[in-house]
Design a protein around this ligand. Sequence first.
Ligand code: FES
Length: 599
Amino acid sequence: MWYQDTASTPGPTLGGAGMLNLPATGNPFGRTARMSDKPHGLGRNTSNYGDRDFALYLRRSFAKSMGYSQRMLDKPVVGIADTASDYNNCHRTVPELIEAVRRGVLSEGALPLGFPTVSLCEPSLSPCSMHYRNLMALDTEAMLSAQPMDAAVLVGGCDKTVPAQLMAAISADIPAVMLVTGPMLAQAFEGERLSACTDCRRYWARYRAGEVTAERIGELEGKLATTAGTCGVMGTASTMACIAATLGFMPLAGASAPAVHADRLRIAEEAGAQAVRLIKNPIRPSQMMTQGNLDNAVRVLLALGGSTNAVVHLAAIAGRAGLSLDLKRLDALSEETPVLVDLKPTGEGYMEDFHAAGGMRALLWELRDLLDLTTIDLDGVSLADRIGDGSHFVDRRIIRAFAEPVSPVGGLVALFGSLAPEGAILKRSAATPSLFETEARCMVFDGLEDLANRIDDPELDVTAQDILVLKYAGPRSPSGMPEAGYLPIPKKLARAGVKDMVRMSDCRMSGTAFGTIVLHIAPEAAVGGPLALVQTGDRIRLSVKDRKLDLLVAEDEMARRRAAWQPAPAPKRGWDKLVYDQVTQAPLGADLAFLRAAP
Ligand code: FES
């Protein structure tokens, strides 16, 4: 095998006077210089100046300026996508993870080469991180394709990074191992465990309601996220890590091991070693992304009571593989997939509890009768073999038995109707059942600016029975589909004790949020969907039982409003323009249309 052959290629030595001696083969380029060989390592993807040997000579000359020996440059290459950033607290541990990945790569005889990509942290980006998920995917895909590497390790973690990297790996279709930074730990503060970010939202809601003082909320600010890692609940980051593990892009324990646990570094080392195994026995993302595997991912999302954002991300990931995530199918799977995991925001525990309770292996074992067990991971191992024989430890307080679920049906439902002809999503596991069948008048906000300006106006004509509607916050809007669907309860109602209201929009909500909240309404207002035509005082009917979301306005009145509707001016340049021109609606993953694969 060539990767073993290269290990025996004579490397350079330092002569007595510190001079570099060439290998005894007499070939100054080493083994990869011969273009008649199948290119590997640094020999891949050379520029073409009309003289390929010169292109490689040039590449190796510059690589040698970094002090690599000939022996190292002859090895196969594992590229490592480095997403460390001073703007990304969730990726604080990436440097030490990459050191561990390098260890794993070197131990298996390959050369690790790190490279930076766009890095996205939820609270650090304007208008929102979702607006840049596709940029990160495009950047990562381009670097995976352009740079010489035989396999890759992609180090992600924060919400948008894992879907972006999966989208990139599938489109580039190179063997790639996912590694996440892992969840932060919940820490006790005055007798209560706290972690980002369900507790952030819970306390902020209490502050708005006047139940928590400004002094107390300031004190809590430093107690909510106290270790390295991603949000410590079953939010988007954790949900996407569990999905990546289900799809086979990382080992099952890799989804939940805490960021600061020593296991996290061992998982990183193993990711490096696994990438080298992939060079020897390449399994490409296109071989893994089957309809059965996509269904498995949806089942896991439902059983986790996972983030609504994962629906959009999975639709985008599926689209890169020529598959589609049909909302009606999601709804059907939700009817037969129980919620088995008791974590915030829908339950009580934190990610460290899920890990200690048995994690993904225990969950998949419970779900086994619903799963396609023939799907394979990066090592070619079937899901049946990955989950084993059921002899593992399980803490039933966190991971319930299939027969004794947290809820007998899945956490998400898809809604359709005259307000959402292409669909919308509701996380019923985090909602108030008494609001599931609601018909009421609505209070409409024309975008986030309008929402911020008026929501706390004491004169706002709103009651707890009304429906709050936010429009112009979808993927094509200037706000880029932010996590603003968790509309604040108007302060005057919050102070009167109102904890939940029906709220709806074309944007998303954080995976750590909760409430009776309809999201991802499609088509969105910015493209002229029915949502654009809703006016304050209209009546809307929500029926979770019938999966319906209807705007109760006569058709002739809708036609009159439609004729008067004008889109907002298009952005003129840059990334905003590309998004405006290309972004798809939420049911297609809010991906850029030209990046989706043919079915
Ligand atoms: Fe990064 Fe929550 S802010 S995972």
